[in-house]
Design a protein around this ligand. Structure first.
Ligand SMILES: NC(=O)c1ccc[n+]([C@@H]2O[C@H](COP(=O)([O-])OP(=O)(O)OC[C@H]3O[C@@H](n4cnc5c(N)ncnc54)[C@H](OP(=O)(O)O)[C@@H]3O)[C@@H](O)[C@H]2O)c1
Length: 261
């Protein structure tokens, strides 16, 4: 099975923490040159130096706030003017929790901008290079809420479904160029995002952290939270030549929590 990403260039978004950081590490370990996108320049600099580089790769970064499409466009254009990108990992912070009936128009607009407009803009910028290379992997980090909406994540549920529809449509158009588009649907994964969601529940329900965590893990057949590395392993496979016939798929990586076939 060909899993090497040697001589492949990857843009990894939201890669200073959590799932995005784990994906950057895994892609670098497989030999890819990684260009990291996120807001925190201090962390970006540090991570670029720490990423594995056993295949003599050069890693780089761009500071980009995904709530500002013009700035993100300038950043990705500065990358694709120099090199062709083979792998794009669309990933950013999740929308704030809360019941959908209480969500403001602003919250919906921000989420739409960060998750749909930015993914579209990045894809449009990398697609010409992927076509030239005859190799493309667009991987979107979404959520299992694509299959079954999650309680208290109203805006997130709505926007994830939109991303999944966007991705499926794109996969129908790009498959003919050997450019695949797939979604990873993480379950509860140990990151800052999960920590914050647990803390919100603790406050809202005036209960203890252990109790909240137990209630959550009881619903997972594997009886534990996932690790960012477990999501990253699937991303690295989807990015590799070995995943050549996987296209337009939404793959839950959730310890079996999602109750649909
Ligand atoms: N963890 C879970 O249990 C879980 C489950 C299902 C789905 N997900 C989804 O998977 C994605 C990643 O989750 P995670 O847990 O790894 O999140 P996380 O720990 O909060 O990390 C988010 C990453 O995105 C970057 N980011 C956030 N806002 C940004 C912005 N406006 N512009 C550019 N970069 C931004 C952050 O870096 P900077 O702060 O440096 O910008 C960070 O690197 C999210 O969409 C999340 O909702 C997570």
């Amino acid at each position: 099975m060909e899993l090497s990403l040697k001589n492949k260039n990857a843009v990894v978004c939201g890669s200073t923490r959590g799932i995005g950081l784990a994906i950057a590490k895994e892609l670098a370990l497989a030999g890819a040159n990684c260009i990291l996108f996120a807001r925190n320049e201090g962390l970006l600099k540090e991570i670029v130096h720490r990423l594995p580089g056993n295949s003599g790769q050069e890693h780089d970064y761009r500071v980009a706030d995904f709530s500002e499409p013009a700035a993100v466009k300038a950043a990705i254009e500065s990358v694709v003017s120099k090199i062709n990108i083979h792998i794009l990992i669309n990933n950013t912070g999740g929308p704030p929790p809360g019941p959908i009936a209480e969500a403001s128009a602003d919250t919906f607009e921000n989420a739409f901008r960060q998750h749909i407009i930015i993914s579209q803009l990045l894809a449009q910028c990398v697609l010409p290079g992927m076509k030239k290379e005859g190799y493309g992997r667009i991987i979107n980090i979404i959520s299992t809420s694509v299959k079954i909406p999650l309680n208290n994540l109203g805006v997130s549920n709505t926007i994830r479904a939109a991303v999944a529809a966007w991705a499926k449509t794109l996969s129908n158009e790009t498959g003919q160029y050997n450019i695949t588009v797939n979604n990873i649907l993480p379950g509860s994964t140990k990151t800052d995002r999960l920590d914050n969601l647990i803390e919100e529940t603790v406050k809202k329900e005036h209960t203890g952290r252990e109790m909240v965590e137990k209630e959550m893990t009881d619903k997972i057949p594997l009886k534990r939270f996932g690790l960012p590395e477990e999501i990253a392993n699937v991303a690295a496979f989807l990015a590799s030549p070995a995943a050549s016939y996987v296209n337009g798929a939404s793959i839950p990586v959730d310890g079996g929590r999602t109750g649909s076939i």
